[in-house]
Ligand binder design. Sequence first.
Ligand SMILES: Nc1nc2c(ncn2[C@@H]2O[C@H](COP(=O)(O)OP(=O)(O)OP(=O)(O)O)[C@@H](O)[C@H]2O)c(=O)[nH]1
Ligand SMILES: [Mg+2]
Length: 309
Amino acid sequence: MAQEYMKNIERFRILVMGRANAGKTTVLQRVCNSTEKPEIFDGKGNKVCDAECSQRGYHNIENELMFQSNPGFVFHDSCGFEAGATKQFDQMKHFVVDRAATKSVKERIHAIWFCIPMTDYHRTVTAAEQKFFNECDTGHVPVIVLLTKVDALYLPALRGLLDEGVAIAEAKERAAGMQGELLERWLDHIKHELGKCNFPPKGYVSLQKMHQESADYSALMQCTANVLNEEGLQRLFISTQQSSIALCVQYAVQKTLRTRMELGFVGRLQVDPKELGFELLKWFPNCNVSGQILLTYGVNDAPMLYSLA
Ligand SMILES: Nc1nc2c(ncn2[C@@H]2O[C@H](COP(=O)(O)OP(=O)(O)OP(=O)(O)O)[C@@H](O)[C@H]2O)c(=O)[nH]1
Ligand SMILES: [Mg+2]
């Protein structure tokens, strides 16, 4: 039954939120390993506009954003909403509540990424954030706060040291460490403020230099996988993301192999290796990830997993 249920879902659906210029689109591009703009479809699968078109299509939360490089992910973009914009907020709230609880598994959102940019570190939790986390009951759908553009804290860190009278050469050496301290401080502040809300986030992740192709966003993948409360969804997310084979291995071992290892002697003898192999492979992408991994099933009637580079 669980397999049938998952077959119906097909794509992992994420709502990305946050004020204008928070770095939302950049996060999605990185996660899908793309430098293109997403293609935009309406709720019925009709293309609203392609990668070349204007920003028009972004401004409807109902529209689906997809990247050709990974059609397993479908995104919705809330666009920036400010505390005063009641109509916009209500539209967003209606969408979130409706799509978090919908019976149609294909339309349900599975996770929400809420971006707070550190370029605005003096206004991290504004009335808009408070309103969202106090009023939007997302039910089982986890909300993760993404502190974006953390690299923007480097300059204030450097400036702070110079203001203390530290010489420029030494200040440059210590600035990265100070940037880390600033981040800790702001993260504590944000956790404290949002923790008081009626529907606080389930996780926090900090991201930096996401506009660079080499950016590390494994923490985002790990955190999202961890906060999903259904194993079927975790499996869908992990086998859809194509950035971390380590995450696939980790979950395959933790969720599938470990339970078999914990069986007693007789129980272990009863494990069907073919079935176990199949279960393990379901944590991995179906496709060949950058030529580095080749998954094959059923050589000499036994499951085989090879060329894991
Ligand atoms: N320094 C820095 N710049 C970033 C980072 N992520 C994104 N940017 C830049 O920030 C700008 C805005 O990024 P977008 O991803 O378009 O932001 P957005 O939230 O989608 O913006 P809107 O769609 O207009 O609301 C772009 O110029 C990005 O290159 C980051 O981690 N560090
Ligand atoms: Mg955008």
